[in-house]
Design a protein around this ligand. Structure first.
Ligand code: FAD
Length: 463
């Protein structure tokens, strides 16, 4: 098959679908190619015998106005579920015990999570001078400003929960831009909290503390399914892209070949494939300015998502919170665990009788654990949660999802990725890159970036 169009979008995760949903309103001659059968990319919900399992993102925090607008434009507000108030309690494990993360200054002074020395160290933060290294690691940034213990018992587990990563490898500026904004503009994270202005945030971003945490009645895949339905047969599944060729002197300048031999010609090409997939495409006619040549290898650590359902009476802990995160210093096997059935109703066949947990194992901390046999993965997870949550016996539900390349790590050398993407876009007019590898990995970041791209997008006039 051969097809000509104005605009072609590669990839149907949240980035590609959101861009396509808005771009088709400007340019109906837009098509979306993606690998596999199921649109949504990392967003995927399974329904198994009354259990609702999120194999990718479990919760979405409405941290920007763009995501709110997308939900409204898709008429999805009636489908939203807001997390129970209990989600405000987050546990960190110290000495194999779940300790609530303190929610305010009073609780902070009393918490056993940090030693008195670590608490006093925090008072020095406003007096520490600004850093000068733009490629400083998150770990060094936190060590410098907040001290070693805060790194060990707050930031290390938090980063494992968000990036499945390690703060020693991540760039403070690129992985958590707000930290460096507060330091550089206000000279202190603590002072900055009180003086932060709307223009310090990314466009459309709202204060995170006030942002509701949500899912949809039928799970997060509702969001991507609704966009896929709106796109209809503009969406082309089973279209693994193997080659992209640039032709000079023709208006349909990009030719895309899929594994099944289909050919597409387009004037504008928006690539939302993961970075590792971009590097594996065969690039012709792009000279040296192509992803295979210019993009550095970026670590995407493997991660396993393990769903476990138990009868309520088989779990000693009341699960009265969002979940627990486990610092590396605790030498346990899992990275953390979400208490899904405490957050949202109807995630189990019967909420009176059952609870649902989602555990994470692998990541940068223990990549080998993610590669082990199913039996070994379950064994490790069950060992940890029986010790921490007092679970007993065989679960009523077990489900394992493997993400061999889960999340791109915005490392201390990641600036090279940004520079390479900009260079390719400048060199090849009509070529664009969008996805979780640029300006944020969270779902709201991907939505904001895609909607802003679509806002500024000018369709080509002829084919
Ligand atoms: C396990 C896990 C848990 C997460 N938890 C959260 C969370 O709780 N909250 C949150 O906000 N974020 C979370 N994230 C992050 C967030 O879900 C992702 O960063 C985001 O969904 C990525 O969207 P994307 O469209 O950029 O890429 P993807 O979703 O990866 O989509 C890429 C698309 O490219 C296609 N593709 C790949 N190769 C090819 C090829 N060669 N040819 C054609 N198509 C191709 C794929 O089929 C897919 O459609 C999580 C991520 C993971 C993996």
């Amino acid at each position: 098959m051969q097809l000509r169009c104005n605009t072609l979008i590669a990839g149907a995760g949240i980035s590609g679908l959101t861009a396509a949903f808005y771009i088709t309103q400007k340019d109906p001659e837009t098509f979306v190619l993606f690998d596999g059968n199921k649109p949504g990319g990392a967003i995927s919900t399974l329904h198994r015998d009354g259990w609702t399992l999120e194999t990718g993102p479990n919760t979405i925090v409405l941290t920007n106005t763009y995501l709110n607008k997308l939900i409204a434009d898709l008429n999805l507000e009636p489908e939203l579920l807001t997390a129970d108030r209990v989600a405000g309690n987050r546990f960190i494990v110290r000495n194999k015990t779940l300790i609530p993360l303190p929610g305010g200054p009073g609780a902070f002074l009393k918490t056993p999570l940090f030693s008195t020395k670590a608490k006093l160290r925090l008072f020095a933060e406003p007096f520490i001078k600004r850093g000068t290294n733009p490629d400083e690691s998150l770990a060094n940034f936190v060590r410098r400003r907040l001290g070693e213990e805060f790194l060990t018992y707050a930031i290390n587990p938090f980063v494992a929960g968000v990036y499945a990563g390690n703060p020693e490898n991540l760039s403070a500026r690129l992985a958590f831009p707000m930290l460096t904004v507060l330091e550089q503009k206000y000279g202190s994270l603590i002072k900055g909290q009180f003086r932060i202005k709307p223009e310090d945030r990314k466009p459309g971003d709202l204060p995170r503390a006030k942002a509701p945490m949500v899912t949809f009645k039928q799970g997060n895949q509702t969001l991507t399914d609704r966009m896929a339905a709106a796109l209809g047969d503009r969406l082309k599944p089973q279209s693994r892209i193997t080659r992209i060729t640039k032709h000079v002197g023709t208006d349909a300048r990009f030719e895309i070949e899929t594994q099944s031999g289909n050919l597409y010609r387009c004037q504008q090409l928006l690539l939302t494939l993961p970075l590792h997939a971009l590097r594996n495409v065969s690039w012709e006619g792009f000279g040296n300015e192509n992803p295979a040549k210019l993009l550095p290898e970026v670590t995407h650590p493997p991660l396993n998502v393990v769903h476990l359902g138990f009868r309520r009476e088989a779990v000693r802990h009341p699960l009265d919170g969002f979940g627990m995160l486990i610092p590396e210093a605790e030498n346990m096997q899992i990275l953390g665990c979400l208490f899904n059935s405490s957050l949202f109703p109807d995630r189990t066949p019967d909420d009176k009788q059952f609870v649902l947990l989602t555990c994470f194992i692998g990541g940068s901390r223990n990549p080998d654990f993610a590669m082990e046999s199913e039996a070994d993965v379950y064994r490790r997870v069950l060992e940890d949660i029986s010790q921490l949550l007092g679970t007993r016996g065989e679960p009523a539900l077990k489900h394992l999802t493997r993400w061999p390349k889960a999340i791109p790590q915005y490392s201390t050398s990641y600036q090279q990725v940004y520079e390479a993407l900009e260079r390719m876009e400048q060199k090849h007019s009509g070529l664009h890159f969008l996805g979780n590898f640029r300006n944020g990995i969270a779902v709201p970041d991907c939505v904001r970036n895609a909607m802003r791209f679509a806002e500024n997008f000018t369709p080509a006039t002829t084919t």
